[in-house]
Design a protein around this ligand. Structure first.
Ligand SMILES: Cc1ncc(COP(=O)(O)O)c(C=O)c1O
Length: 424
């Protein structure tokens, strides 16, 4: 296995993290592990001889598990048929996936007027497309209708447009001027304030972008009445609504889309999807209604790899697995297992644990201070978890995680919390 990965170099010369000298310094990576392989919700570090329960799923990506046999089969089969053929021509897998995404979205309570799909390769690109489409729609009404409303605690990606809609100034400020006309509102503000703002600025606003469950910002499900009120005022003000379902979509919330919980009047004009769409193979999509599609013309947007046969073949398979009532019911049952144990932990530490939040298998445990030490302790004991926002531990495991693995992982979490909090 190692021979295959590292070519002719000896294991000795390539083991450990010595090779990090060859990587740019943009990531804060754990120095004590190197992932070699995975099976469903477990990861193995063959370099250091360790294994981990994975409550991160590659940050909400490998939703049907690491090394999923079905995905591997599709990859092998499609890679021997056709990898890439460009967007100059249709390809069967892309045609099939666009139809499936639209039809299953409607069938599973998502955007009722979903109509067309643009494919690309990552979450930030899917948002970039959505923002361009919103601006195109706005500018075609009035050249000043270009502004975008985003929200406090949002995360939409790292390219210039998506970054302009990302709240955390730490991500934006080092890069000087970004895309103009973006503004941040607070989802906790009075709904009437938000509505007045949008209505009063309607001539200069093209769109609004929001995660129905904010992920990176701290796992905050946005209340139904807020999304409903925002959609109503946006429709009345001719402002396009974009839901970023990149982290919370595709079964993660216990429904196909997080917006599947909403009444149809709160459905977006566009939504974006990435992460789990390829279960680790890079593919993303922007789903739009007719109103948006009508504002677009040939040449308005494009990408070389978008909608390639390999990615689409994988996504066709992934979508079929997740868009299944039984599968989604299981996600909700597993949610119950997490909540039962975590609620007991909160009872044990009422002063240190503020709140347990989330839907499906997108769960946050908010502490009263940074949980960095707890995350580290979990890793030492064989459990991978990540933070969200400054004080929340996030659980986004594979949706296919086995019940006994949940239990084993939660035991490590509880013991780690005990050990760290006992020291305080
Ligand atoms: C809600 C949301 N939007 C956009 C992105 C950006 O996706 P990508 O990292 O694939 O560009 C992320 C990534 O974490 C995300 O969680």
């Amino acid at each position: 296995m190692l021979k295959r990965c590292f070519g002719s170099q000896s294991v000795q010369s390539v083991s450990g993290v010595g090779r990090k000298a060859f990587q740019v310094t943009t990531y804060a990576r754990a120095d004590d592990l190197v992932i070699s392989r995975g099976v469903n919700a477990r990861l193995f570090d063959d370099v250091n001889g360790k294994s981990y329960i994975d409550f991160t799923a590659g940050i909400a990506v490998t939703s049907i598990g690491h090394s999923n046999a079905g995905v591997a089969g599709v990859l092998a089969e499609q890679s021997q048929r056709l990898l890439h053929s460009s967007n100059l021509y249709y390809n069967e897998e892309c045609l099939g996936l666009s139809q499936k995404l639209v039809q299953l979205t409607r069938q599973f309570g998502g955007q009722h007027d979903a109509s067309k799909v643009f494919f690309c390769n990552s979450g930030t690109e899917a948002n970039e497309a959505a923002l361009k489409f919103a601006k195109k729609y706005g500018v075609s009404q009035n050249k000043n209708k270009q502004g975008i409303v985003a929200f406090k605690n949002s995360f939409h990606g790292r390219t210039m447009g998506a970054l302009s809609a990302t709240y955390n100034s730490k991500y934006r400020e080092p890069f000087g001027d970004l895309v103009p006309h973006f503004r941040f509102l607070d989802l906790n503000a009075k709904l009437t304030y938000l509505q007045d703002y949008i209505h009063q600025n309607r001539d200069s606003l093209a769109g609004l972008i929001v995660e129905p469950i904010q992920g990176e910002g701290g796992i905050f499900p946005v209340p139904t009445e807020t999304l409903l009120g925002l959609k109503k005022i946006c429709s009345a003000s001719n402002v396009v609504v974009i839901y970023d379902e990149i982290q919370c979509g595709l079964g993660r919330s216990g429904k196909l889309w997080a917006h599947s919980y909403l009444p149809k009047e709160a459905h977006p004009d566009m939504f974006t999807v990435a992460k789990a769409l390829g279960n680790g193979f890079p593919i993303a999509a922007t789903v739009v209604n007719e109103k948006i599609n009508n504002a677009l013309q040939v040449g308005d947007h494009g990408t070389t790899f978008g909608g390639n046969p390999l990615g689409c073949a994988v996504s066709n398979y992934v979508l079929e697995q997740i868009a299944n009532p039984q599968f989604l019911e299981n996600v909700n049952k597993k949610h119950g297992l997490f909540i039962e144990r975590l609620s007991k932990l909160k009872q044990k530490y009422p002063a240190q644990i503020n709140e347990i939040r989330g839907k499906g298998l997108m769960i946050g445990v908010e502490f009263n201070e940074s949980p960095a030490e707890i995350v580290k302790k979990c890793r030492e004991r064989g459990l991978l978890v990540i933070t969200a926002g400054k004080t929340t531990v996030r659980f986004v495991p594979a949706l296919t995680i086995e019940d006994d693995v949940i239990s084993e992982g939660l035991e490590i979490f509880e013991n780690s919390v005990d050990e760290i909090l006992a020291k305080k």
